[in-house]
Design a protein around this ligand. Structure first.
Ligand SMILES: Nc1ncnc2c1ncn2[C@@H]1O[C@H](COP(=O)(O)OP(=O)(O)OP(=O)(O)O)[C@@H](O)[C@H]1O
Ligand SMILES: [Mg+2]
Length: 273
């Protein structure tokens, strides 16, 4: 078994810091290393989400939201009002106790499988007045699968999901920071939450770093938290152009940086053993 096989990794951080870009690139690095890679789009507010970034596909190709598989908003409740675990429509055994067997249980319209990556979507805000993201986040919290899949979960900006205890079922938290003080303060808040919940696998990724000076400034602003920085991704204008042109991000320069980050994450898991 590879070092991060079976892990559920939550990717969070400030709005626009590069979470989705990072998830798309990391998924590609993981599949190239032979990991069975599951990407879960957990951002209910982003209409196209990761599909375009990862595969250069548009909204028409979106997979069905997993929220529907679990019975939709009539059945799946907000984890704050009702923390009870997610269950299948016809089976009361909680999903975390009897993990999902993807190939046998989930019909193919719920995911896009390409180049060794399977992309799922937790749910979307589709109707005016639909309510909060809670039910979508319960799906994120409890969509636990059998086997060696690495689950990479792209979250909505901010820290609302910590308020809903979504990280309780995660094995690792990655915070993507762009070079702003807002990113630094979000990382500090998240560190507090991780301390309280005794989440040890908590790492920071500095993104959009255009010089050594900028990296040093960020490290200085992070203070003691700098020991949690597991890697940096350089500012890469080609990424922005590719995003704008609607193509997929794959095969980009930023890959080298992400390769190093995956090396470090693998080491961090092996060191703990
Ligand atoms: N390393 C990088 N260098 C340059 N631009 C980047 C880099 N990473 C991401 N970007 C750009 O930053 C913008 C925001 O990226 P992205 O959508 O991945 O952020 P996000 O954190 O997922 O945003 P949101 O909070 O809206 O979900 C995009 O234009 C993307 O191309
Ligand atoms: Mg995003």
């Amino acid at each position: 078994m590879k070092p991060i096989s079976g892990k559920r990794i939550l990717v969070c951080g400030k709005g626009g810091s590069g979470k989705s870009t990072f998830v798309a690139l990391m998924a590609d690095v993981l599949q190239k290393r032979g990991y069975e890679t599951l990407v879960l789009d957990g951002d209910a507010s982003n209409p196209e989400g990761l599909i375009r970034l990862m595969f250069g596909l548009g909204v028409n190709n979106e997979p069905k939201p997993l929220l529907e598989f679990f019975g939709g908003l009539d059945v799946v409740t907000c984890p704050v009002d009702d923390p009870s675990p997610l269950t299948r429509i016809d089976d009361l055994v909680p999903v975390p106790e009897k993990r999902i067997d993807i190939t046998r249980e989930i019909p193919s319209e719920y995911y896009i499988k390409k180049k060794g990556i399977s992309l799922f979507q937790a749910g979307k805000i589709e109707a005016y007045g639909q309510g909060c993201d809670g039910p979508v986040e319960k799906v994120v919290r409890d969509f636990m699968v059998q086997g060696e899949w690495v689950s990479l979960i792209d979250m909505k900006a901010g820290i609302e999901h910590f308020g809903r205890k979504i990280p309780d079922t995660m094995d690792m938290i990655l915070v993507v920071l762009d070079p702003t003080l807002e990113s630094v303060s979000i990382a500090k808040r998240i560190e507090d939450f991780c301390k309280k919940t005794k989440m040890k696998n908590f790492w920071l990724i500095l993104n959009k770093i255009s010089s050594k000076e900028m990296e040093s400034m960020m490290m200085e602003k992070l203070g003691e938290l700098k020991s949690r920085v597991i890697g940096s991704v350089s500012y890469d204008s080609e990424l922005i152009q590719r995003e704008l042109s609607g193509g997929s991000l794959i095969t980009d320069d930023a890959h080298k940086d992400i390769e190093q980050i995956v090396d470090e994450l693998e080491k961090s898991v092996l060191d703990k053993k």
